[in-house]
Design a protein around this ligand. Structure first.
Ligand code: UDP
Length: 402
């Protein structure tokens, strides 16, 4: 008999976890819940909703998902907001603020909010919608980004909307806002071991995928999988590669698709492309292909994640799950996943020399790779798989509606 629902995860998380999920879901059966975010493709939020929404339905919640239909001008503004929330000094013009609010106002009018018992709004794009809707049911703002040191004026401008929310969900204790008197919950994101991004692949399948993109396996691969975004420090990745290449003859693969709500992608990509000119053994790929992500994370000798800010960084757990050593920056949600020396290695942002020497060491020590890899997978198994994310949400929902 083929299992279709949450039981499929039992082999990873155990029966106790699956039973705990149903225990938590039981008092919530029939709850009508609406997720609202701004993109169906690209980035970690959409990826998680693809798994979480069906799972919520499987355990008895009537979960829906609505997309805020933004136009490119909206995403120019919301990317600025995103940057400001992550600490960049950004000022918005009155026109930009008006555009931002107008989209939420319009969308609030025709989205099916009234048919739901709980509304979960993801990230800043649809945040103001709450301002334009009759308040009957609880609203939750699920913020996936690092808001520990936001640019002050933008934070103050968003606060009036935040104060209307019944709860805020963030990914790490470090993002808690002492100046925001709204009930705050911490839920770490999670990966789906059954999705195309993470499903098991045979060595043959991995090889075929790399062949398809013309990536030879003659040299160890250094890989970063990330949208082309300055916060992911793609130029820093090149810098580390140059240094490693002096010690170990290897290849670099940078894979980054473009999210529809990230208008800065093409410009950052062009900058990277400019720097790569004349460099040997560098592969830049912008296609969207989950199986390629999966294959690269398996084939890599080392996965890099050099983010300057990172709400969580699902790519880190994805690589750890595949037992591939990760060298990553000690920012945001990354140190929850990478325990230095145990499940991977941490460096401070901008420490390219430190990153390069760790990459070199890991590439040259197969025994170390093996030991770290096993611990990494177990850490992800215990903490960052979908059923745990679902359970955490059920607990927050119970607090809100029971
Ligand atoms: N991803 C992908 N293709 C790419 C780049 C990224 O499918 O070319 C996926 C990646 O595997 C991960 C998600 O997009 O699941 C990115 O999530 P993360 O939390 O790492 O970063 P975000 O983009 O949300 O800042």
């Amino acid at each position: 008999m083929e299992l279709l629902g949450i039981e499929r995860y039992t082999k990873y998380v155990g029966e106790e976890m699956v039973a705990a999920v149903f225990r938590a879901a039981r008092p919530l059966y029939g709850l009508r819940l609406l997720h609202i975010n701004a993109t169906f493709h690209g980035g970690g939020v959409a990826g998680m909703l693809h798994s979480l929404v069906p799972l919520m339905n499987d355990v008895g919640i009537n979960a829906d998902w609505s997309l805020l239909y933004g136009d490119p001008s909206l995403f120019q503004v919301t990317k600025k907001l995103h940057n400001a929330l992550q600490g960049e000094p950004v000022e918005l013009t009155d026109r930009e603020v008006a555009d931002y609010l107008r989209v939420s106002e319009t969308f609030a009018r025709y989205s099916p909010i009234a048919d739901h018992d709980v509304i979960i709004v993801h990230d800043p794009q649809p945040l103001p919608m709450i301002r334009y809707q009759q308040r009957e049911n609880p609203w939750v703002w699920r913020c996936h980004i690092d808001i520990s040191t936001p640019h002050e004026s933008v934070w103050e401008a968003l606060k009036p909307f935040l104060l209307r929310y019944d709860a805020l969900v963030i990914s790490s204790e470090g993002f808690r806002k002492e100046d925001l008197p709204v009930e705050t919950h911490i839920i770490a994101p999670a990966i789906d071991p059954l999705s195309a991004l993470n499903q098991e692949l045979t060595a043959n399948e991995v090889e075929r995928k790399l062949d398809q993109y013309g990536i030879p396996r003659d040299k160890p691969l250094l890989v970063q999988v990330s949208r082309f975004d300055k916060w992911k420090d793609p130029l820093g990745v090149l810098e580390v590669f140059r240094r490693v290449k002096g010690e170990v003859d290897c290849r670099l693969v940078m894979l980054g698709n473009m999210a529809t709500d990230d208008p800065e992608g093409p410009q950052i990509f062009a900058e990277v492309l400019g720097q790569v000119e004349g460099m040997e053994d560098v592969h830049l790929i912008t296609q969207t292909d989950a199986l390629l992500v999966n294959a690269l994370q398996r084939a890599a000798a080392v996965v890099l994640q050099l983010s300057r800010r990172e709400g969580f960084g699902l790519t880190v757990s994805e690589a750890l799950w595949k037992q591939t050593p990760v060298v990553a920056t000690n920012v945001g949600g990354i140190p929850r996943q990478v325990l230095h020396g145990q499940t991977g290695y941490l460096v401070e942002p901008g420490d390219y020399e430190g990153a390069a020497s760790l990459v070199t060491r890991v590439m040259q020590d197969p025994e170390l790779r093996h030991r770290i890899g096993a611990q990494a997978r177990e850490h992800v198994r215990q903490n960052f798989l979908m059923p745990r994310l679902l359970l955490d949400w059920l607990k927050v929902l119970a607090e809100l509606v029971l």
